[in-house]
Design a protein around this ligand. Structure first.
Ligand code: GLN
Ligand code: ZN
Length: 770
């Protein structure tokens, strides 16, 4: 049975975030395991029904089954029963969620970004003794359940090579890949079980194939994928296999995919390209090797929200046919990175509303594009000519719309010089800042946000609805800021933050104030587990034309003698966590944002801020997967940060914050940001990053996070002290800052107070020893 046109995955959080609500209610004891299972099944069923309504077939395996209670990589860990030993004694959902979030006695798996997206997965820990078997039948049960509802789904599972390449070693020795045979054996059993359940097709994603940013070289990954999938494809009694290489360019590894003998290959033709017939021939692959096999050509972007250029997509499909395979329409990646449906949105400005509805395609619209293009390749492009013409007209209308290109913004970016991106000598800055701030060694601070309590969120929602006026809202936020400042003073923190109560989100907040952006009301995408974000839409040229952070900062600073940090989000992070226009280069978008931020930095400095933090937690996540594009990316991303921050006086201290600890390929770039203080994630990896930084000669301020804020666990003074003792082995105490891993927005006050109390105590204890 051949595979029809399809999408590689669908958003799983639910149109109304049903999954988030169910899972969080389960955690809070509101519903039990049966209640959660029922809610999850209902959502899954609703998604399948929706996809059929949009034009995918109910029983031809075009429906991807990529649902998950938390994360697709965690699901494989669960499938394999591959829990680290410290989780012993837990099972079922308790085990599943303990792996994800930890519990009172165990720390969770580490979390990190999924390729160059803003999705986070849970890093498996695989060692020589990790149990690995076909231990959990959820995938099969979901298939069977859907079958009962009348749908023949195509289960979507992260492939074994990608799974292990993304794992970290458990314990000291060995590589997770040493366990490849065991993992493959379990996948073999899974294939059999799916065949027995009646699955016609199953999809395995091996995105490791497209990334140079992993610990295993890409050639080795391609070799392993070929070996593993050749073996699995040779098994009897299995469903047909769609082997997908989403998230980037797979042209170099395409021959390896062909040689596996799987029935269908999925490629990303949005970010990636196809190999030429000549390059295939050089690798000994001829069109006849592809005859009768399916190429799912991912011409519809799975992770941005612009309507596809349908004519360009049709051309790509045509070119793909030249390879000899049966070409079908697909998405470049799963649609899990985009919101459900533009139909849920209404923008207040009628012109913008009309424009955005024409310009955008969320998941449901993308399904529509796939279905339309499928009709085009089956019945001839003439049969969809009217739609192609309408699409071309929309693209032309967009290019000509006011705000899409603003001459003043373009000219200012073009006039940027090297001097605009350069601060003075660090030693001088350090002395000037030390004199101005007078901080102790190991100064304590936090990353910016304080817990966003239900009351704060309710006040924001009430304000958005118009239930409370600006004055009432402002008063409410000021109360919160005052509480945050007083709390930090009581806790004896050295450099304070105002707590970001007024910010719904660190990117959206700026997007709402800058020109060139639109925000959504329902455009949620999963960030990790039950956490969702609503990326803003950057559709036009960016500039600052309104008051932003200064009034809040000034109010906070007026309450205390201690320095309060000004708090901004950097250009790369704004780009990474928004849906960004693709009609001009990202480097240009970054400089536009940088100049808007530069104006805000200047305003904060003018108002008296001695410390200004510009967060760039996404710097690494936007690093292109393709090595050949690294240098260019790092040059413009660092250049944009520099343009945003280099306008200040030497005595003004610039901080930045990065949400991760693997600096490997970007260590030079981090140094080139030239921040006076860089706070990073380090608690989960036990300060691993610091010796690297030292070796690299990084000698500016650094705040390795000692409290892992991604879990509700309160670290003890001893634990924090031991981390700081590790830190002073690599960092001059004069340059070492003490802070949590990240902002405290998602934490509760109780654990925040307990943890910060311990953090300050640990800082004082270590301070006393040096
Ligand atoms: N300043 C932000 C906060 O504390 C930083 C968050 C982040 O790095 N993701 O919330
Ligand atoms: Zn962070």
């Amino acid at each position: 049975m051949s595979l029809p046109s399809t999408i590689l995955g669908y958003p799983r959080i639910g149109r109304k975030r049903e999954l988030k609500k169910a899972v969080e209610s389960y955690w809070a004891g509101g519903i039990d395991a049966d209640g959660l299972a029922a809610a999850e099944a209902e959502l899954r069923r609703a998604n399948l029904a929706r996809l059929v309504e949009l034009g995918l077939g109910a029983d031809d395996s075009s429906l991807p089954e990529n649902s998950s209670l938390y994360d697709q990589v965690l699901d494989v860990t669960h499938l394999l029963g591959a829990a680290p030993e410290r989780f012993a004694g837990r099972e079922g959902l308790d085990l599943y969620f303990a792996l994800a979030r930890g519990d009172s006695s165990v720390a969770p798996l580490e979390m990190t970004k999924w390729f160059d997206t803003n999705y986070h997965y849970l890093v498996p820990e695989i060692g020589p003794d990790t149990p690995i078997s076909f231990a959990n039948r959820d995938v099969v049960d979901r298939f069977t359940q859907a079958k009962g509802w009348g749908y023949t789904t195509r289960p979507v599972i992260v492939g074994p090579v990608t799974y292990l390449v993304l794992s970290k070693p458990a314990g000291e020795n060995g590589s997770p890949l040493d366990r490849l045979d065991d993992v493959v054996a379990a996948y073999g059993e899974l294939l059999t079980a799916l065949a027995e359940a009646g699955a016609q097709w199953v999809q395995f994603d091996e995105p490791a194939l497209v990334s140079d940013n992993l610990t295993v070289p890409r050639t080795e990954i391609a070799h392993l994928v070929e070996q593993v999938w050749t073996g699995l494809a040779a098994r009897e009694n299995r469903p047909n296999i769609l082997l997908a290489a989403p998230y980037g360019d797979s042209s170099a590894v395409f021959p390896a995919l062909v040689r596996t003998g799987v029935e269908a290959i999925g490629v990303d033709l949005d970010r990636g390209t196809l190999p030429t017939p000549e390059s295939l021939a050089n690798e000994g692959v001829s069109p006849s090797d592809l005859a009768g096999r399916t190429l799912v050509a991912g011409v519809v972007d799975g992770r941005n929200i612009w309507a596809t250029d349908l004519s360009a997509a049709a051309e790509k499909l045509e070119a793909a046919r030249g390879l000899g395979a049966d070409v079908l329409v697909g998405t470049a990646t799963s649609l899990q990175h985009v919101p459900h449906d533009t139909a849920l949105e209404t923008w207040d400005d009628p012109a913008l509303n009309e424009n955005l509805h024409a310009w955008l395609a969320f998941a449901d619209q993308k399904v529509g594009e796939v279905v339309l293009l499928d009709r085009g390749i089956r019945t001839g492009l003439d049969s969809i000519r009217a739609e192609l013409d309408a699409n071309a007209a929309v693209l032309a209308q967009r290019a000509a719309t006011e705000g899409v290109s603003v001459p003043a913004v373009r000219e200012r970016v073009a006039a940027l010089t090297g001097a605009d991106r350069t601060r003075g000598d660090y030693a001088e800055r350090r002395a000037a800042q030390a004199a101005r701030l007078g901080l102790p060694d190991l100064p304590t601070t936090s990353i910016g946000s304080f817990p966003q309590t239900a009351e704060v969120r309710q006040a924001r929602a009430a304000h958005a609805r118009g239930d409370i006026d600006n004055a009432a809202y402002e008063a409410r936020m000021k109360e919160e800021i005052e509480r945050t400042i007083r709390l930090q003073e009581e806790l004896d923190v050295d450099v304070l933050v105002h707590g970001e109560a007024e910010r719904n989100d660190m990117v959206q907040y700026f997007a709402e104030l800058f020109d060139g952006f639109a925000v959504t009301k329902h455009g949620w995408v999963q960030s990790y587990g039950s956490r969702c974000t609503r990326p803003s839409i950057l559709w036009g040229d960016v500039a600052k034309s309104r008051e932003m952070t200064v009034p809040w900062w000034s109010y906070a600073q007026s309450l205390t003698d201690r320095p309060v940090k000004g708090m901004l989000t950097g250009p790369v992070t704004i780009i990474a966590w928004s849906f960004v226009r693709r009609d001009i280069p990202l480097s240009e978008v970054a400089d536009q944002i940088a100049l808007a931020l530069r104006d805000e930095v200047a305003a904060l400095e003018e108002a008296g801020a001695a410390v200004i933090q510009v967060d760039e937690p996404a710097l690494r996540e936007l690093l292109p997967l393709d090595q050949s594009r690294h240098a260019d990316y790092l040059a413009w991303s660092v250049g944009a940060f520099n343009a945003a921050t280099a306008g200040v006086e030497p005595a003004t201290q610039i901080h930045t914050h990065l949400c991760y600890s693997e600096f490997g390929q970007i260590i030079d770039a981090i140094a080139a940001l030239d921040a006076d203080v860089t706070s990073i994630e380090a608690a989960r990896s036990r300060m691993e990053v610091l010796p690297d930084l030292k070796e690299h000669g990084f000698a500016q301020g650094v705040g390795p996070g000692v409290w892992d804020i991604h879990s509700p666990r309160v670290p003890s003074v001893e634990e924090l002290t031991s981390l700081l003792e590790l830190a002073v082995e690599s960092v001059d105490p004069d340059l070492l800052w003490v802070n949590p891993d990240c902002g405290l927005k998602t934490r509760g006050y109780e654990e925040t107070i307990a943890s910060l109390t311990n953090l300050v105590a640990a800082a004082k204890a270590v301070r006393a020893t040096i």
